[in-house]
Write a protein that binds this ligand. Structure first.
Ligand code: UD1
Length: 383
């Protein structure tokens, strides 16, 4: 049997690493009966956004890199479909495995189905209900046409059923990201904050403040257009950080290229750079982020994956969005995260609550570090 799996952007790498390991283990026991090809579309191409994760997570070099790069969404989708069709025609796989909700998830699943290749979606059934998010459209289209939908939690399975997906296509396997978290947890814990900060200081930063200790810093990540592209949203948020949060804590901010560009566009760059309680970092490695998360007093983020990791690590998390496709991570479901959107009064209120909270790790059902094995078994059952 031949499987092609696809990666494109940073959050995909932690999801594909354990899946590839499951294939390798299967092949070790079954005399290499599975043939596997890894395709990287090249959406994320900077060393710090891509290559470093391959090394750190022991993902083999991609067999094929489509080198799509940046561009408008239509460009990314279109160029990926054209290039991926050629790959499918040449290699004729039995299955295409896509993960998550990035542009390649949509373009590669559609291309595969048009050529009658079976599609398996890992992390299926997530729904934010927010059609202004490109990721929501990617999820909806991919799930509608996939042959096998592997869900991380029972809410996601229920979402699929309520949309009419037949039961035989759905399998609840747990959260594959947590396989990677468990594999890397020990090594991450052994890293020191000082090393992480010194090795990743943003180019051009001449940070002279004191290095923080555990529990005396807040970590922030922001990359969604809905937070960083609009001046009326981004500027008040930065003012809140500069005037309030940084009076209480050091803020460690591994900065996404889009957020950096927008700070400059809105004339905030020099003030953020010059604040000795803000440590701006280049995008950091997987284990470094895990270690930062482990010692953080609080996480401020608009990332989906970090909401999940905060759950397992117990870090109080303010999710800077009005909705989430991962309700299982929310406080009302026992998780560590609370939705605060981008309203400063609401963010402030929840910030003061989170300051008083202790770590409370929780582990949703089947987030046990063994999801990749179950994913592969579900594919094999249907082959
Ligand atoms: C993509 C995913 C998003 C995911 C995020 C993680 C989609 C629709 N979005 O968004 O779901 O949460 O990745 O980061 O697929 N850039 C670089 N270097 C790179 C890659 C991009 O500088 O290696 C710049 C691009 O030039 C662009 C910006 O970063 O200006 C955004 O990149 P893009 O890949 O379009 O989307 P993300 O916002 O990263």
């Amino acid at each position: 049997m031949k499987i092609i799996s696809v990666v494109a952007a940073k959050p995909n790498f932690m999801k594909i690493a354990p899946f590839i390991r499951a294939i390798e283990e299967f092949n070790y026991e079954h005399k290499n009966t599975l043939s596997h090809i890894l395709v990287h579309t090249g959406q994320h191409y900077d060393i710090r956004m891509s290559e470093s994760f391959f090394k750190e997570l022991s993902i083999p070099e991609p067999d094929i890199n489509l080198e799509i790069g940046s561009g408008s969404h239509a460009e990314q989708l279109g160029y990926t479909m054209i290039a991926f069709e050629k790959v499918l025609l040449e290699h004729k796989p039995d299955w295409v495995v896509v993960v998550g909700d990035v542009n390649a998830t949509l373009s590669c699943s559609v291309t595969a189905k048009r050529l009658n290749v079976k599609v398996c979606h890992i992390e299926a059934g997530l729904r934010s209900g927010d059609m202004s998010m490109p990721e929501e459209i990617n999820r909806l289209v991919t799930d509608r046409i996939s042959d096998l939908l592997l869900t991380p939690d029972i809410i996601s399975s229920a979402n699929l059923r309520s949309e009419g997906t037949p039961d035989h296509k759905i399998a609840f396997v747990g959260n594959i990201m947590i396989d990677t978290l468990e594999d890397n947890r020990e090594i991450a814990a052994s890293k020191t904050l000082d090393n992480i900060i010194n090795n990743n200081l943003l180019q051009g930063s001449n940070f002279r403040g004191a290095l923080p200790a555990d529990n005396s810093y807040v970590v922030m990540t922001l990359h969604r257009p809905s937070n960083v592209d609009l001046e009326q949203v981004f500027v008040p948020l930065i003012e809140f950080l500069l005037n309030e949060v940084t009076n209480d804590f050091t803020l460690i901010w591994p900065i996404h290229p889009r957020a950096k560009k927008q700070l400059k566009a809105f004339g905030l760059w020099e003030r953020v750079l010059g604040n000795d309680s803000i440590i701006l970092l280049e995008p950091v490695g997987y284990r470094e982020m895990l270690r930062l998360n482990m010692g953080a007093k609080m996480m401020l983020t608009d990332s989906g994956g970090l909401q999940e990791e905060c759950c397992i690590l117990g870090t109080p998390c303010l999710t800077l969005r009005w909705n989430t496709e991962r309700p299982v991570t929310l406080r009302e479901f026992g998780g560590a995260s609370v939705l605060v959107g981008n309203n400063i009064d609401r963010i402030r209120e929840e910030y003061h609550i989170a300051v008083l909270q202790d770590r409370k790790p929780i582990r949703p059902e089947l987030w046990d570090g063994k999801t990749a094995e179950r994913c592969l078994q579900e594919i094999l059952k249907r082959s």
